[in-house]
Each structure stands twice: as structure tokens, then as C-alpha cells.
Design a protein around this ligand. Structure first.
Ligand code: AMP
Ligand code: GLY
Length: 424
């Protein structure tokens, strides 16, 4: 069969690489892809948001399965567009993708489903949010733009003054555009963060091993927030008991509530959780594989991913055998461009990729890369996700950083402490 993966980041490289390992798959296309997917699959020069062009390509090339990586095309109805044209597509409908695309929708759904989450209020203008902040006790809060803001619409505040500035940025100056038409102000929680991703067809839930992301730019979780500077799986924080609790208190009630709301959820349900003193709480939902969490997960997945994706689309996940995972640990270190998450240059030649991929149990997933005049060059903020397997988290970390040391370009940097949280 022929598969089209939509997107061009590290997540899509990992998905395309894994899908290509299926005995049933002849060709894998990635739109738009990157320099890594150009080697492990075939790139198609169509942006991930250009749904009509993607559909046209899929029809002309007899695509059997489309896998949508990023949230934006999901929220824009990519899955419905493919399905109406008779092409099987993996991911939630636009209505179900609201779980990520609208934080107001998400918080209300969690409240109705009785899923533990931070206390919150929603606002549809600047004035009412400001009045609320002035009236209430001065406690740390988090101010969130309702809509999609490329992971930047969440502002964690220490005090009222910072919260007022955040409200002004989101709902006054509209720093995140329309995403700020509504906002959520919620209680600031404290604890370790864990990502639990599950694949569900709306009836059966297959929970994947937990992973931990590293959002802040610098070591020790300092500096500005990023899309994620590294991830590892499994995490010792997520014991079997904890995973069972997440299924029972979070995933099952969410999937049921989505069905009751007539938005049956099919796809990857990614719960961003905080382990607080009062127990687990949901920080947010994503409706897709996480990036970079997807990279260590795909490194560890032993089952045929295509079987699982197809069973999800056909609502027969109950028939597939449980996913098999390599018991070893995987660590993914993101290498980034100088300046990221702020402004950065593109087009720097990347050296040492071959050397890096020869390190045992290492796979270098590409994210922001491109090929110019036959050379692999930087083309984004997060450039590579160097991922390694190891018998322990420490050996996986060592292998990943051994490969990282082989790779050079002007301004390349990475966090040096990916997975150390697991060892504390
Ligand atoms: P989100 O985009 O919702 O994942 O938020 C980005 C990051 O903001 C999360 O990974 C957390 O580190 C932080 N965050 C979100 N909500 C809260 C909260 N209620 N309390 C503390 N931190 C939060
Ligand atoms: N790693 C966090 C995300 O994909 O949103």
C-alpha cells in the first residue's frame, strides 16, 4: 500500500520511518517532509496546511492511507476531506480536534467529565479578565489563549502583575491573533510533568508507555518555552499503577465524554499531565503524537504501526493485539539553531550526519532540515532529534550524546541534561 504522511518535522520523520518498516507498505510519501524523510521516504512539495493540494496528490497517486501529523490540518478538517474523497485518514475530525484547538472547549469538557484539572475561569474579553484578577487573591495563575498558538499561547505567571501583562498580551495586543479571542485563567499547579499518549478509536484505548518532554530551552528547565528540546521513554515516574490511574480517571472519562458530545475521538489522545501533591491533573490535551515524544516512542515500537492506524480508522482496535514495545529506554536529544526559540538563521550546512548514524542503536531524526545543492542544511529552529536506545536510560543518554558530538553546524546547540529528571 501507499501511505502519505502530512507534516515536515521530527515527528513526521519518525512516523514515516516506522510506517516504512511495515511489510504491507510499498511507498511512503511525506508532505512537505525534510532532508531526513527524503532519504527514508519520498518528499512531496506541498505544505501541510494546503488540504486541497494534498487531496489532489492523494487521489492522483492512489494513496491508501493518509496520516496527519500536526494539529493545524487536523483542526482545519483534513481527515474529513480525505474521508469524503474515499481515502482513509488517521486522526481526529475537526470537531474532535477542538480538544486541542480550543482550551475553553477542553476545560469545559474536563469539568463535565469530572477529569482532574486545574480550577479555571474563561473570559471573552480583556476587561472582564482584568477585573477578575484584581478582585481575586494574588495567587500564581496561568493565562492561556484559547486557540492554537504554536505552543506559545500559555503564560505561566508568578503574581498578579505578570498575569495582568499576560492578559493584555493575549486579549489586548492580540499577540497570538484570533487565538486570543477567548482566554482561560487557571490555577498554577506544581509538580513533575508526564506525557501519556494513547491511540483510541472512540471505544478501545491503547495506552502507550509514558514519556517526558523538556519544554524550557535551557538545562535545569530554565529559559523560554520551546516546542520541546528532548524526550525519553519510559519514565520511572509513570509506574504501572500511575498509568492505570491515568486510564481510569483521565482517558476513559474523556473518550466517553467526547462520544456523548457527539464528537467521537479517533486518533492519538495525548494527555499532558502534572503529578501534583493532590494527584494527577490534566494540563492540556493534544490530538496527535507529541514532537519530540513521538521519536523515542517510534524507536521502541515493535508492532506494525500501520495495523494499529488502520484498526483505529475502522473502529476495530479491540481486535488488534496489544502494541509490543522494546523494553529498552529511548532518549531523544533535540539539536537546535542558534537563537531558537527566538529568531534564527537558516541554510547552515550540517556536517557529521553519517558519522552520527553509525553510533550503535542511534537514529537521527530530522526536523528543520532541507537539501540545497546536494547538501543537508538547517531549515528550522529545531533541526534534528538524535535518538538512541539503551538498556538503561543512562546508556541511551550516553549513546544519544555520543552521536550529537559527531554533528556540527554554525550555531548548533542542545540541552545537555535530557533524561536527567529520570535519574534524580
Ligand atoms: P500547554 O501548551 O497547555 O501544554 O502548556 C505549556 C506548558 O505550560 C506546560 O507544559 C506546563 O509546563 C505549563 N502549564 C500549563 N498549564 C499549567 C498549570 N495549570 N500550572 C502550571 N503549569 C502549567
Ligand atoms: N511535545 C509537546 C507537543 O508536541 O506539543
Amino acid at each position: 500500500m501507499k501511505v502519505l504522511v502530512v507534516g515536515g518535522g521530527g515527528r513526521e520523520h519518525a512516523l514515516a520511518w516506522k510506517i516504512g518498516q511495515s511489510a504491507r507498505v510499498e511507498r511512503v510519501f511525506v508532505a512537505p517532509g525534510n532532508a531526513g524523510t527524503a532519504v527514508d521516504a519520498e518528499n512531496v512539495d506541498i505544505a501541510h496546511g494546503d488540504i486541497p493540494a494534498l487531496l489532489e496528490f492523494a487521489k492522483q497517486n492512489q494513496i491508501d492511507l493518509a496520516v496527519i501529523g500536526p494539529e493545524a490540518p487536523l483542526a482545519a478538517g483534513a481527515v474529513e476531506a480525505f474521508s469524503s474523497a474515499g481515502i482513509r485518514a488517521f486522526g481526529p475530525s475537526a470537531q474532535a480536534a477542538e480538544l486541542e484547538a480550543s482550551k475553553v472547549f477542553c476545560k469545559n469538557l474536563l469539568r463535565h467529565a469530572d477529569v482532574p484539572s486545574a480550577d479555571f475561569r474563561t473570559f471573552s474579553n480583556c476587561e472582564s479578565a482584568i477585573a477578575y484578577l484584581i478582585e481575586r487573591e494574588d495567587v500564581p495563575v496561568v493565562v492561556k489563549a484559547d486557540g492554537l498558538a504554536a505552543g506559545k499561547g500559555v503564560i505561566v505567571c508568578d503574581d498578579r502583575e505578570e498575569a495582568l501583562v499576560a492578559v493584555e498580551r493575549i486579549a489586548g495586543a492580540k499577540d497570538f491573533g484570533e487565538a486570543g479571542n477567548q482566554l482561560v485563567i487557571e490555577e498554577r499547579l506544581v509538580g513533575q510533568e508526564v506525557s501519556v499518549l494513547a491511540i483510541t478509536d472512540g471505544r478501545t484505548i491503547l495506552t502507550m508507555p509514558a514519556a517526558q518532554d523538556h519544554k524550557p530551552a535551557h538545562d535545569g528547565d530554565r529559559g523560554p518555552n520551546t516546542g520541546g528540546m528532548g524526550a525519553y521513554s519510559p519514565t520511572p515516574l509513570a509506574t504501572d499503577t500511575l498509568i492505570r490511574e491515568v486510564e481510569e480517571k483521565v482517558l476513559v472519562p474523556t473518550v466517553h465524554q467526547m462520544k456523548r458530545s457527539r464528537r467521537p475521538f479517533r486518533g492519538v489522545l495525548y494527555a499532558g499531565l502534572m503529578l501534583t501533591k493532590q494527584g494527577i491533573k490534566v494540563l492540556e490535551y493534544n490530538v496527535r503524537f507529541g514532537d519530540p515524544e513521538c521519536q523515542p516512542l517510534m524507536m521502541r515500537l515493535e508492532s506494525d504501526l500501520v495495523d494499529v492506524l488502520e484498526a483505529t480508522i475502522d473502529t476495530r482496535l479491540d481486535e488488534v493485539s496489544p502494541m509490543r514495545w522494546d523494553p529498552r529506554s529511548a532518549v531523544c536529544v533535540v539539536m537546535a539553531s542558534e537563537g531558537y526559540p527566538g529568531n534564527y538563521e537558516k541554510g547552515h550546512a550540517i556536517r557529521g550526519l553519517d558519522e552520527a548514524s553509525q553510533v550503535t542503536d542511534v537514529k537521527v531524526f530530522h526536523a528543520g532540515t532541507a537539501i540545497r545543492d546536494g547538501q543537508t542544511v538547517t531549515n528550522g529552529g529545531r533541526v534534528l532529534g538524535v535518538t538512541a536506545l539503551g538498556n538503561t536510560i543512562s546508556t541511551a543518554k550516553l549513546q544519544a550524546y555520543t552521536a550529537v558530538k559527531c554533528i556540527r553546524w554554525d550555531g548548533a546547540w542542545c540541552r545537555k541534561d535530557i533524561s536527567d529528571k529520570a535519574l534524580q
